[in-house]
Design a protein around this ligand. Structure first.
Ligand code: ADP
Ligand code: MG
Length: 268
């Protein structure tokens, strides 16, 4: 597990511009050990960019980034990146459709989508176990291309867990899922978070009802700014969400989750 003491992830005054556009505007954020975060914000608010910076795949124009006790710029990023998993529906396009689900999971070990045949038997067993734990044991030998959207996402989660990542970034993993597939995926996330020594998960969504009970903290991002960040219940019951999405909104808390309700008649 984490041998470092202090923040799992730390962004200090991170600033990013492309041409005339400021994409990230002096973001400071710390993920401490034991914290599990949701990141919420409208389309284009900078969520993916912020997390790419956090994962060391994009470089900010200014600011300081540290992950797992290592400052970016002073560490071999290739090694560090194997400790940071990434799951998103955008990744799906990179997976060869003919590759079997189990092979996709194994390819996580080699940080590539093509290579899996160097895997040992122990690694294969681990991959099977991960698929099993995500409710995908039955589909291990099916080609990735024929899987449902929800199964594809859960295979990608298993793939990200193959390297025993300390940080797992899930960037809108529920995009395109129907209600049942979404609930199955959320159940897998909740189970992952409540197991012993879970990775630090950062779960990105537009939909606050997808924030599972085991998530402890939330950030609301809007226009590259952090509007609010802190303990989940405080952030989701405050006015930051309504400001970010520009709608009058009330939030109900039921069955461990938060449900938004648009107040008044939007369409009159
Ligand atoms: N390489 C880039 N060059 C110019 N603009 C970019 C680039 N990457 C992202 N953006 C812009 O930055 C903003 C934030 O994008 P993104 O991080 O993808 O937001 P989100 O994930 O919240 O939808 C968007 O307006 C997007 O168009
Ligand atoms: Mg995004």
């Amino acid at each position: 597990m984490n041998e470092h003491i202090g923040a799992v992830l730390s962004l200090e005054d991170v600033y990013m511009r492309r041409g005339d556009t400021v994409i990230l505007d002096r973001i400071s954020w710390q993920v401490l050990p034991g914290e599990q975060w949701a990141v919420v914000g409208p389309n284009g608010s900078g969520k993916t960019t912020m997390l790419k910076v956090a994962a060391g795949v994009m470089w900010p124009s200014a600011g300081k980034v540290e992950a797992l006790g290592h400052r970016y710029g002073q560490v071999d990023l290739r090694t560090l990146r194997t400790r940071i998993g990434w799951v998103s529906s955008a990744l799906e396009e990179l997976v060869p459709a003919r590759q079997q689900a189990l092979e996709v999971v194994l390819s996580g070990l080699f940080a590539s989508f093509g290579i899996y045949d160097e895997a040992t038997n122990v690694q294969r067993e681990r991959a099977c176990g991960l698929l099993e734990s995500l409710g995908c044991g039955r589909i291990a030998d099916r080609p990735y291309g024929v899987l449902s959207q929800g199964e594809k996402q859960r295979v990608l989660i298993a793939r990200a867990l193959m390297t025993r990542a300390d940080i797992l970034i899930m960037d809108e993993p529920t995009a395109g899922l129907d209600i049942t597939a979404r609930e199955l995926l959320l159940e897998s996330v909740e189970r992952l978070l409540t197991r012993e020594n879970p990775p630090a998960v950062i779960f990105v969504t537009h939909h606050i009802e997808e924030i599972v009970p085991a998530i402890t903290h939330a950030m609301v991002l809007c226009g590259g700014h952090v509007l609010a960040a802190g303990i989940k219940a405080d952030i989701l019951s405050g006015d930051a969400l309504a400001r970010a999405f520009s709608v009058p909104m009330e939030v109900d808390f039921r069955h461990g989750r938060f449900w938004p309700r648009i107040r008044g008649a939007m369409f009159e």
